[in-house]
Design a protein around this ligand. Structure first.
Ligand SMILES: NC(=O)C1=CN([C@@H]2O[C@H](COP(=O)(O)OP(=O)(O)OC[C@H]3O[C@@H](n4cnc5c(N)ncnc54)[C@H](OP(=O)(O)O)[C@@H]3O)[C@@H](O)[C@H]2O)C=CC1
Ligand SMILES: O=C1O[C@H](COP(=O)(O)O)[C@@H](O)[C@H](O)[C@H]1O
Length: 500
């Protein structure tokens, strides 16, 4: 499908006074505008509180100044002049008619060709209601395209995800639904496919004959902050593993698509999810480890334990850390463990992928007490962006094999989860490119994988909680998970990219 490079649309943001809109969406839209990537457009912000258009425009202006990457230029006034506000409780059916009328007026005033993007930046319990009202009150009856951009979490488990999907499918077809996983907007996550499929030297080795294991770590230094209410019901498994971690695994494990089209790429990813070995009830502890952070010292400041955070049960059984071993039962990956690890209040904010190659068949450079390191390909997702290839070579003046690193540093962006990822995803949704959004089949299969684990964890209280100190790399059991297979987590210091 050809994608319009300079899209035209009415963008309706539900939850326009919220944190996501303020920190990510407005600055991203501004960047697109400022780079000349948008043709004609207008934005309607929707939320309950009373605001005039002028007050809303001022908020958008401040958001761009505070959170934007670019120095706002003189065109910021022109940008915000296209923003309108509609005070509206999304549960109140009578208000949608007025929203529809405003949309039509803006469509004709700006010449938007009847194209509409509905961006749901609100709590997920409203997603279904909004979609149903949009349909009932004919906001989706348009002459151009209509697309629904929907934030995570997409359900709480497979059952609730199915209910939500059914609700939104009453108003939008699968092709019109853009389920955001912001990791898919990250530069180096998008680079996984290019590194794999544009290099003759990697793809022939990308299988169980040459790779011994793959490690994906996404660690955070922040705690649960003010999201205790949500996180108590979610935990790291639902918050990070079901979506971001499994998405990265699917990109690492998928077969080369026959073409770089949305359908072909998604269908290869779906095949990975289908090949994921399900974890049976009695096997959860063999394959997965859960952790919860205790108090600790980070940056010379004392930080509280998870159970002392606001809106968190002092006896909470919620995990803030997960490590797991995934097996992909297909010809390419049989026998190769994919280890994943994610948690809050860990030592460093970092997302890295380590591909560890098998040892050479015979070590000609053997010396007692000295081992030749395995080759590693490290993909640095954040905060630094790049790749490092760990090889062994002779250093000048020495006769033996010494570890050396080949570094490629992608032109980095400073900041984590910056508008950069949202900017790309917003642009893609406006252009009609759904490749970096999750298809329903991926969502359903990943929930079904995760549900097996969460059911067991919910029904068994973990007596060791809290079991890792804030500022550490998680509980000891996460190290044992690899030790029992003869591996270890590659320490960040050893695999850091230099000069990024
Ligand atoms: N913040 C982030 O960084 C991220 C957020 N997300 C997801 O994005 C979504 C939004 O998150 P976030 O912005 O943090 O949430 P906030 O709580 O900050 O914002 C919620 C928004 O919804 C509006 N709202 C609440 N109830 C109603 C209602 N009945 N009718 C109309 N508007 C309503 C609020 O405005 P008002 O009170 O004026 O009605 C506000 O604009 C969630 O699904 C979250 O999981 C995903 C990834 C990152
Ligand atoms: O989706 C989420 O992601 C963030 C981590 O995102 P990152 O881009 O900063 O790595 C996580 O903090 C949050 O709990 C989760 O909901």
């Amino acid at each position: 499908m050809a994608h319009t490079e300079k899209p035209t649309a009415l963008i309706m943001i539900f939850g326009a006074t919220g944190d996501l809109a303020n920190r990510k969406l407005f600055p991203s839209l501004y960047n697109l505008f400022e780079k000349g990537k948008l043709d004609r457009f207008a934005v309607v912000g929707v939320a309950r509180r009373a605001l005039s258009n002028e007050e809303f425009q001022l908020k958008v202006k401040e958001s761009v100044k505070e959170n934007g990457e670019t120095d706002p230029k003189a065109d910021l006034d022109e940008f915000v002049s296209k923003f309108y506000y509609h005070s509206h409780d999304v549960t109140d059916s009578s208000s949608y008619l007025a929203l529809g009328k405003l949309s039509e007026e803006l469509d004709s005033h700006y010449g938007l060709n009847g194209n509409r993007i509905f961006y749901l930046a609100m709590a997920p319990e409203f997603f279904g209601t909004i979609a149903e009202h949009l349909k009932k009150d004919k906001l989706t009856d348009v002459s151009g395209f209509k697309r629904l951009v929907i934030e995570k979490p997409f359900g709480h488990d497979l059952e609730s995800a199915k209910v939500l999907n059914k609700q939104i499918r009453t108003a939008f077809t699968e092709d019109e639904i853009y389920r955001i996983d912001h990791y898919l907007g990250k530069e180096m996550v998008q680079n996984i496919e290019v590194i794999r499929f544009a290099n003759a030297m990697f793809e022939p080795l990308w299988n169980n004959r040459y790779i011994s294991n793959i490690q994906v770590t996404s660690s955070e230094t922040l705690g649960v902050e003010e999201r205790g209410r949500y996180y108590e019901k979610s935990g790291a498994l639902r918050d990070m593993v079901q979506n971001h971690m499994l998405q990265m695994v699917s990109l690492l494990a998928m077969e080369p698509p026959i073409k770089l089209t949305t359908d072909e790429i998604r269908s290869e990813k779906v095949r990975v999810f289908r090949a994921l070995r399900p974890i049976k009830d009695g096997e959860v502890n063999e394959y997965f480890v859960r952790g919860q952070y205790d108090k600790g010292v980070m940056n010379e400041k004392e930080v509280p334990a998870y159970r002392q955070e606001e809106m968190v049960d002092p006896e909470s059984n919620t995990e803030t850390f997960v490590a797991g071993k995934l097996m992909i039962d297909n010809f390419r990956w049989a026998g190769v463990p994919f280890y994943i690890r994610t948690g809050k209040r860990m030592k460093a904010k970092s997302t890295k992928i380590v591909i560890q190659f098998k040892d050479i068949p015979m070590d000609l450079y053997y010396q007692p007490e000295k081992t030749v390191n395995p080759n590693l390909l490290v993909i640095h997702i954040q905060p630094e962006e790049g790749i490092t290839l760990h090889l062994n070579a002779k250093k000048s003046g020495q006769g033996d094999a010494t570890p050396v690193k080949l570094n490629y540093a992608n032109k980095g962006i400073d900041g984590l989860n910056t508008p950069e990822a949202y900017e790309k995803l917003l642009y893609d949704s406006l252009r009609g490119d759904a490749t970096n959004f999750t298809h329903w089949d991926e969502v359903a299969l990943s929930w079904s994988f995760v549900d097996n684990i969460s059911k067991v964890w919910e029904n068994t209280k973990e007596p060791s909680f809290p079991n890792y100190a804030s500022g550490s790399m998680g509980p000891d059991a996460a190290d044992k998970l690899l030790e029992q297979d003869g591996f270890f987590w590659w320490p960040f210091n050893d695999i850091d990219v230099e000069n990024c």
